[in-house]
Design a protein around this ligand. Structure first.
Ligand code: AMP
Length: 279
């Protein structure tokens, strides 16, 4: 695997490959890699000639400085995992390589920015689009692979691509879970042994909803799920929403593409999960 830390060296290398007719598949990450990330890489490998993974803990998308500070950064083991998985190129820039001092950014992300995650993490999606735009501009991928795990992020990036008329095609990859159902996440390592057990309530509740979903009882089911999560010790739901998967508005009985999304604090760790109920 070739490792680049500067835009210039990566751009030059990719230009050569592009000139030879290779397609480029891109997997942006913040590192602390797990099987979920590696499944995105596997999809990229199946669908493109050259795979580029980036590891960059993007400061502008953290609304909580403590969260940024304690975000895991095990770069050596990440490199080993990518090598082992056969990734072609890693881009691992420092903050100064990605940002000039006092850089400004604003995109009109519409309502999507103020719903759900947007409500609880103000400014988060401005930071996400800012860094993903920069990364797309450097890598110029044909395909970019993102996880369903961050469902709202996927919609937001789609909107950015439409707004800025970018050429890249987005691919949504399924959520990888631990054997007991917990969605894999770099943040799971912060869970104490007890909280790790309590955290299962998120996927359990989504599964329960999936089995009991009735489009005529959306309000009732939503309240039931919110309640079930809050009954679990040391778990506090921020939202549990049954939404239209296209715009994240509350789902109606006639909504075709329904997705349930949840965010909760488990101890001090904030986790998100979702499940597509019908599409
Ligand atoms: P992150 O490093 O958390 O920014 O995630 C990088 C990419 O991996 C994003 O597109 C995430 O949606 C995706 N991802 C995170 N967790 C999972 C998972 N459990 N299964 C599949 N993809 C995931």
């Amino acid at each position: 695997m070739k490792i680049f830390t500067t835009k210039k060296a990566l751009t030059e290398h990719l230009e050569k490959l592009r000139g030879e007719g290779y397609t480029i598949g891109f997997v942006p990450t913040m590192g602390a890699l797990h099987q979920g990330h590696l499944s995105l890489l596997a999809s990229a490998q199946r669908q493109s000639d050259v795979t580029v993974c980036s590891i960059f803990v993007n400061p502008t998308q953290f609304n909580d400085p403590k969260d940024l500070e304690k975000y895991p950064r095990p770069i050596e083991s990440d490199i080993a995992k990518l090598e082992q998985a056969g990734c072609d190129i890693l881009f691992n820039p420092g903050v100064d390589e990605m940002y000039a001092p006092d850089e400004q950014w604003h995109l009109d992300l519409g309502e999507l920015e103020t719903l759900l995650e947007g409500k609880f993490r103000p400014g988060h999606y401005q930071g996400v689009t800012q860094v993903v735009y920069k990364l797309f501009d450097i890598v110029k991928p044909d395909l970019a692979f993102f996880g369903q795990k961050d469902y709202q992020q996927f919609l937001i990036i789609h909107r950015m691509i439409d707004l800025l008329k970018l050429q890249v095609k987005l691919v949504m990859c399924p959520i990888l879970r631990e054997p007991d159902g917990l969605a894999m996440s770099s943040r799971n390592i912060h869970l104490s042994a007890e909280d790790r057990q309590h955290a299962i309530v998120l996927s359990k509740t989504l599964n329960w909803l999936n089995e009991n979903f009735d489009p005529n009882k959306i309000d009732l089911l939503q309240k039931e799920c919110f309640g079930r999560i809050n009954l679990e010790p040391s778990v506090k739901a921020e939202y549990f929403e049954i939404a239209d998967g296209g715009n994240l508005h509350p789902a109606q009985p006639s909504t075709r593409n329904v997705v349930a999304l949840v965010a909760a604090k488990v101890g001090n760790t904030r986790l998100i999960d979702n499940m597509i109920l019908s599409s």
